[in-house]
Design a protein around this ligand. Structure first.
Ligand code: ADP
Ligand code: MG
Length: 404
């Protein structure tokens, strides 16, 4: 069965339509620093409002502990949505409580409301099926149909992503459909050379994808936080850099498998090491096998790939016909450690073929570094989700929408 799309829901005029978006934007002091995910949600929301639906937007934001936490409120996101749509957007101060019910009851046809952060409720991410289903049932009471459009969360078996889709007539929104179009091009006969660039900080999450990528790709470039686990696996000391000690054996296995398969696994040859994790930390470039010999000794932290590595990575990216990049090469939020990420981003804009950026922070990084969305083949709103898709996994949030 194919993915159910919006038209499968029939006429939505006057109906209450819950839209599960991924509005998990980066915030600093309550201000949205990258509104890419809000913008990506607009086509579906506009289409539903134009169809006369009463649009009820829900999302998670950050990782609150299953209870209200003002720093993770979706209110600034509702405001941004209102600015971008140039229509008023109502906001409910809870997710399934009195405020949500009143707000939904007050919606006219074609009007839009945002519910407070789904993860203020322990049921959203609970591992216990009954707890999750109970929360999904509360959500279901607010709507007549569900449009699932939070591509960044389709790999999660969570109440609003998975359980709710079984309780209401449900379909995928336009963003999910568009994301899957591009991911299909990456999995079905990608043009070669096919290069994947991995970085970022969710090291153990991302290490797992490597074994599935090795049979499919020609080159794998490793930067970001995970590079240190690779360097350590090769026997180099990494001082106080991010390191997943319990993954060393696994990583050695990947290095061996890459060799066997003839996949070029490219590790950094130089690294920018800092005195601490701070924007103004002292820093210097050292060889990747001499991190502990920097002036900071055992307290040094690797925060970016070095310039030689950046040049090698950029060249490898430029020479490829298909590139998927997930995870910044360094702590790009600090300008002193953004050069590696910038070099890879620049190279990606020069790819003669399909260049895809995936991941919330990676997307934020390219925009923050001054690139515009249309310089890339595609900017995916989902990092983990797109990686799991490329691994060939069945994603629960897509399976419930009829995807096989
Ligand atoms: P994405 O959201 O694109 O999937 P992640 O969430 O895995 O990416 O990682 C993004 C974060 O990784 C950024 O905030 C960046 O600062 C961090 N990062 C990159 N390199 C390092 C490093 N060497 N040490 C610590 N953090 C890093
Ligand atoms: Mg991230």
């Amino acid at each position: 069965m194919a993915l159910r799309t919006l038209d499968s829901l029939g006429s939505l005029s006057g109906k209450r339509v819950i839209v599960r978006c991924d509005l998990n934007v980066p915030l600093r002091d309550g201000v949205i620093t990258d509104d890419g995910r809000v913008r990506a949600s607009l086509p579906t929301l506009k289409a539903l409002a134009d169809a006369g639906a009463r649009v009820i937007v829900c999302s998670h934001l950050g990782r609150p502990d299953g209870a209200p936490d003002p720093q993770y409120s979706l209110e600034p996101v509702a405001q941004r949505l209102s600015e971008l749509l140039t229509v008023p957007v109502a906001f409910a101060t809870d997710t399934v409580g009195d405020s949500a019910r009143d707000t939904v009851a007050g919606l006219g046809d074609g009007e839009i409301a945002v519910l407070e952060n789904l993860r203020f409720n322990p049921g959203e991410t609970s591992k216990d099926d009954a707890t999750r289903e109970a929360f999904a049932a509360e959500l279901a009471e607010l709507g007549d149909a569900l449009v699932s459009d939070g591509f960044g969360v389709v790999h999660r078996k969570q109440a609003s992503v998975y359980d709710l889709a079984d309780l209401l007539p449900s379909a995928a929104g336009l963003l999910i459909a568009a994301e899957l179009d591009v991911l299909d091009r990456l999995t079905e006969n990608p043009q070669r050379p096919y290069t994947v660039v991995l970085g970022g900080s969710k090291v153990s999450d991302k290490l797992g994808v490597i074994s599935h990528l090795l049979p499919r790709v020609d080159r794998l470039l490793i930067g970001g936080g995970m590079l240190f686990t690779f360097l350590a696996a090769e026997g180099h000391a990494v001082a106080s850099s991010l390191l997943e000690k319990d993954q060393l054996e696994t990583v050695r296995g990947y290095i061996a498998e890459a060799k066997e398969r003839g996949v070029e696994l490219v590790l950094p040859t130089d690294v920018v090491v800092a005195s601490g994790f701070a924007a103004d930390a002292d820093h210097e470039t050292v060889a990747a096998d001499a991190i502990e010999q920097s002036s900071f000794g055992a307290s040094g932290i690797g925060l970016d790939i070095g310039p030689d590595t950046a040049a090698v990575f950029a060249q490898a990216v430029r020479e490829s016909k298909t590139v998927f990049w997930n995870g910044p090469m360094g702590v790009f939020e600090f300008p002193a450690f953004a050069a590696g990420t910038k070099a890879v981003a620049q190279a990606l804009t020069e790819v003669d073929g399909l260049g895809v950026v995936g991941g919330g922070d990676s997307a934020a990084a390219v925009r923050q570094l001054g690139f515009s969305d249309d310089q890339f083949g595609h900017i995916s709103t989902g990092g983990g989700a797109s990686l799991e898709f490329l691994e060939g996994k069945k994603l629960p949030g897509l399976t419930v929408l009829g995807w096989e």
